[in-house]
Design a protein around this ligand. Sequence first.
Ligand code: C2E
Ligand code: CA
Ligand code: CA
Length: 573
Amino acid sequence: MDELRYQIDLLKAMNQKMSGREKMFRLACNTSNNAFLYYDYEINELVTFGNWEKFFAFSIDEAKDIPLILDMLEEKYVLPVRELLFLEKSGEEQRSEESCLQDGRTWYEFEARVSYGENGKPIDKIICVRNITKFKMQYEELRYLAYYDDLTGLYNRNYFVTLLTEFIRQAEQEKDIVSVLFINLDDFRKINDSMGMVVGDEVVQQYGQFLGSFSNRNVIVCRMNSDVYCMAVYDPCGSRSVEAIYKAIQDKIAQGFLLSNGTQVHVTVSIGVAEYPEASESVLELINCAEIVMFKAKAAGKSQLQYFNASMLQDFLQTVEIENKLKKAVFNKNFTLHFQPQYYTDSRKLRGMEALIRWKDENNKMISPTVFIPIAEKNGAIIPIGNWVIEESIRCYVEWKRKYGQDFIISINISSLQCRKDDFVPHILDLIRQYKVNASEVEIEITESILIEDFVEIKEKLITLREHGVRVSLDDFGTGFSSVSYLNELPIDTLKIDKSFVDKVLGDESTRIITESIVNMVSKLGYESIAEGVETEEQFTYMKKIGCDVIQGYLLGKPLSVEEVDEMFIKML
Ligand code: C2E
Ligand code: CA
Ligand code: CA
């Protein structure tokens, strides 16, 4: 009897323990965010538990209900999942290769496991269904971030490089061409400054979406950064040819982009094109070449497309080399000045001397200022260089005045960037004071382009300088804008007629007419005229005859070193 009670108590205790375990097991299943399907092979029973009801609107009570699961799947997932659900299927472990989509928003992953008895027969099978929607979304987001540009939805730079690499690999096999277009919006900074960053972003976005409309299996488009896009065209032809694409871009520009604030913008682009294999066989070099050409297109007046050619790369490499050498030269003040005399036409007496910079690089090779000054203007090195020129010219001038007692004007070339600096005027006036020179013997030479860039501000500065007695000369007249009509508004003392006029004046009737009328006008306005680059006696005689005041050129004197100027003054004593 005791034995029986003991057995009953034991059974009760075991039952309690079992139901405790079952509670724990159910709790674990319900909180695991999975649904389960359990099949017992011996008694042919199917049970669902866990989150089944939460996940699915149907229940599975027997094997013939299983197709209900398949019904909710997208076509491409049906086969692998059927395989996995197939109850008699043996095998240790199965997982559906792909996640499965239900109603387009929820992703499930199916995994099955079968256990076997000693006789090798299956005992039971459990199929675990996981809701992986959150993971899938995060994955998609990461994938998007890795491949796409947030603002425009175009590919990003990295992915573009990957795809372009694939294009190039294929083109190498097929002996095809790939065109790379480097596309940059013109004057984008102005849009940002005048309309604000939000509008700027919208322009970038709309342009990006428009350029994206060219994409197909042969055209890939990306946003590189800011307002720069890149396009690669595999085997360009027909509507995919670079010309056709550019034409479509131009049409769109003419039509304009309608922004959300209602304004219509017509932003042009500068495009550089480099082709595989002609420009380069390397992906990054191709992009670089296209970028170099894009800068060329910008420099040539924007709103245009240019193609890469080998000499461009040469120019670019030369510019980079000069830029690097220039940095060292500025640091070591590795420059000298030459001075070219200017003479009054009637008396042939010395009027002044123009300071001209000279630079010999570390290999003692002379690099012309026409080559390095534009580079220095672009990268800002012209500021220290220009400051050195101003002070060194005044220093030499003071020294010669002291040694030889001659009166003459020292002319100093000034670049646009120097002129635009806030301290430009005080800097010159300080030097004049410091070296105790007569301001009316110091002349600055500026070009028309400086004035055109910022007429009001520069005019103010020139007026101030002239109020202090400093002379202002307009250099290279005739090469740029050259409107005689605005001459009377300029705060200048002297006008230098460019060498290109002097060169042609004897042989070309229309040049002669223009030159004569310039000299006439200049004298009527009370300015002094200087003819530049006079090389022959005939040119001299002609310029004198039409009333030009001063002559500068190889005929009367080439630019001289400091020592040669000393010799010149000694001869004059
Ligand atoms: P520029 O101001 O028009 O200077 C005149 C240039 O013509 C000088 O060339 C001079 O050597 C050259 N030249 C003078 N007479 C004749 C002639 O009869 N025949 C020929 N074929 N050439 C003649 P350079 O010294 O090579 O200077 C070239 C340009 O570089 C200058 O043109 C000027 O724009 C710029 N530059 C030179 N020095 C400086 C400087 O210190 N600062 C700045 N900002 N620019 C400078
Ligand atoms: Ca000059
Ligand atoms: Ca000149």
